[in-house]
Design a protein around this ligand. Structure first.
Ligand SMILES: Cc1cc2nc3c(=O)[nH]c(=O)nc-3n(C[C@H](O)[C@H](O)[C@H](O)COP(=O)(O)OP(=O)(O)OC[C@H]3O[C@@H](n4cnc5c(N)ncnc54)[C@H](O)[C@@H]3O)c2cc1C
Ligand code: SF4
Length: 504
């Protein structure tokens, strides 16, 4: 077997791994970034709803098993930049309350081992790195913070009218924080209607490839391997240190040795990698003395909603600029949190047709042309039985039952009521339910107690001295805002720690 040696290995190039590679690229360390996917090509299909939604051109072809052992195609992507290539680029900070224990209708959302103030400077840096645009001082649940690095994307006329109507109803709509490069400017984002779930054809979305990986690999000390699958981490005798990772590349297995390993494969695949790395020293999976590797999987409860009016064509192209956080901490008729509502990118007929394929496309096109799209997100609570495991044949199994569903239904009901009061005749709602793996998190949670967490507060494995995990796995709770900015902020914090503790 071929053996190579680096000073540091980062596995996975998405929100966590891409940010980490960028943050350490200016150190003298020889860094290898290992990515199982390839670059997403720049091509006409990037913005073709049929290619993206009907033919699933960029999704993984791998099948996972659900809790009953049935195969499904998860909604996730393997490529340079990871899922950020396809994200909606909504880049939220958690609320200060999200770092504390919060009582929900269905149980307690546990506290994080760090507080908002600890992450705040890294949120500032992550927002600059990902060019986040927003307006502070408007959102009633916002954490203490200074101005955003860039001004918010202005509402299109149709959305500005809706914002005014929402205010008349007594709500507090705020601009959605978005990571976009130079919107409306020359060679910048053209504010199109194929952003969320599509890769950006003009490379103006703030994704981990554009904002991080490209800059990292411009440094001579950083090497990127694409189409390279990390199969197993191997520990030295005693099990306290990883000494190598076995990588499948170009049809052969390469052994990569290093004094430091950073796993960033996404919450499902990072847990699977650790479980596949079981050995005599770690019989239940690497770093699994707590028994928590793969457990506490969370994914958000998310419902797409569309307000429809037959006589009101929706001419807005870019409508994803509005957030309603009034029910984030408590609902109108309950002391418990309900979640967040965001306006969404435009639905295309082909996307809607994937739900009920028997209805003709022209009918869907006519429908979506008169609809305004929204997304309701509620917090998913960690449950031990919601977990990732690996089958004897190596396949991933995801056992997941959503919880906290009552508050989510209340949020959807409340939003339906709001949309009707705005004059929409009909509101339709659809959820991918447990098959939605887009906001996966929590499978290797961080904490101070090695019996109750897998990682320490700097995301280092309690059981293994030179193994860090920076991706969505570390979340002890899922909160109810999009996870990307928090993943990037924690990656920057861990990078600072690694610089001072391991690289200086
Ligand atoms: C359609 C869509 C829209 C979204 N919208 C938003 C949004 O607006 N805002 C937001 O905050 N979040 C959004 N998300 C979620 C966000 O993209 C993820 O939370 C984030 O990318 C997770 O970061 P990560 O580092 O954990 O994993 P990823 O970004 O998924 O990166 C993991 C990387 O590891 C690679 N990998 C996996 N296994 C291996 C292996 N064994 N060897 C080598 N490489 C491996 C993968 O190919 C991938 O590149 C969205 C997701 C999707 C799919
Ligand atoms: S041009 Fe702007 S709105 Fe369109 S995909 Fe790119 S970043 Fe998104």
């Amino acid at each position: 077997m071929n053996t190579v040696r680096y000073d540091l290995v980062v596995i996975g190039s998405g929100a966590g791994g891409g940010t980490m590679a960028h943050a350490l690229s200016e150190t003298p360390a020889r860094i290898l970034l290992i990515e199982r996917g390839d670059f997403v090509p720049r091509e006409a299909e990037n913005w073709d709803p049929a290619a993206v939604w009907k033919h699933r051109r960029y999704r993984i072809t791998e099948r996972w098993l659900d809790e009953k052992g049935r195969e499904f195609q998860p909604y996730t992507h393997y490529c340079v930049g990871g899922n950020t290539k396809f994200w909606g680029s909504v880049m939220y900070r958690l609320r200060p309350e999200d770092f504390q224990a919060v009582e929900h209708a269905d149980g307690v959302s546990p506290a994080w081992p760090i507080d908002y103030a600890t992450l705040e400077p890294y949120y500032d840096r992550a927002e600059r790195l990902f060019h986040v645009r927003g307006q502070h001082g408007v959102d009633p649940t916002e954490a203490p913070r200074g101005p955003y690095p860039y001004p918010p994307v202005p509402h299109a006329d149709g959305m500005a009218r809706i914002v005014e109507q929402l205010r008349v109803l007594g709500l507090h709509p705020s601009p959605l924080p978005l990571g976009l490069l130079k919107p409306g400017e020359e060679n910048g984002c053209i504010l199109c209607n194929t952003c969320n779930s599509f890769p950006c054809r003009v490379e103006s979305k703030s994704d981990a490839e554009v904002c991080c990986v490209r800059h990292a690999i411009a440094h001579p000390n950083v090497t990127l391997w694409t189409n390279a699958l990390a199969q197993r981490l191997l520990t030295a005798p005693g099990g306290r240190r990883v000494e190598a990772v076995e990588v499948e590349r170009d049809g052969e297995t390469v052994r990569v040795e290093a004094p430091l390993f950073i796993v960033s494969c996404g919450a499902v695949n990072s847990a699977a990698l650790l479980l596949r790395s079981a050995s005599a020293a770690h019989p239940d999976g690497l770093a699994n003395s707590s028994g928590l590797v793969g457990r506490r999987y969370m994914a958000h409860l998310a419902t797409m909603m569309q307000g429809f009016h037959p006589l009101r064509p929706n001419t807005t192209v870019f409508q994803k600029t509005v957030a309603i956080n009034d029910y984030y901490l408590r609902g109108p008729d309950t002391p418990y949190p309900l979640g967040q509502i965001q306006s969404q990118g435009r639905t295309h007929g082909v996307m809607a047709q994937t739900v009920v394929p028997s209805i003709p496309l022209w009918a869907y096109e006519a429908w979506v042309a008169r609809g305004v799209d929204w997304l309701a997100i509620s917090e998913d609570l960690p449950r031990l039985e919601n977990r990732v495991t690996v089958e004897p044949d190596g396949r991933i199994r995801l056992q997941y039952r959503p919880n906290n569903t009552g508050p989510h239904e209340q949020l959807v009901t409340e939003m339906k009521r709001i949309l009707r009061r705005l004059g929409f005749w009909l509101v339709v709602a659809h959820s991918h339910k447990e098959k939605n793996t887009t906001h996966q998190c929590g499978t290797l949670c961080f904490g101070t107690d090695p019996r109750a967490s897998v990682l320490d507060p700097y995301c280092r494995a309690h059981d293994v001295d030179n193994l860090f995990v920076v991706d969505a796995s570390f979340f002890p709770s899922s909160a109810a805002v999009n996870p990307g900015l928090t993943i990037a902020a924690q990656a920057l914090r861990v990078a600072d720690h690694i610089r001072s503790s391991h690289l200086d």
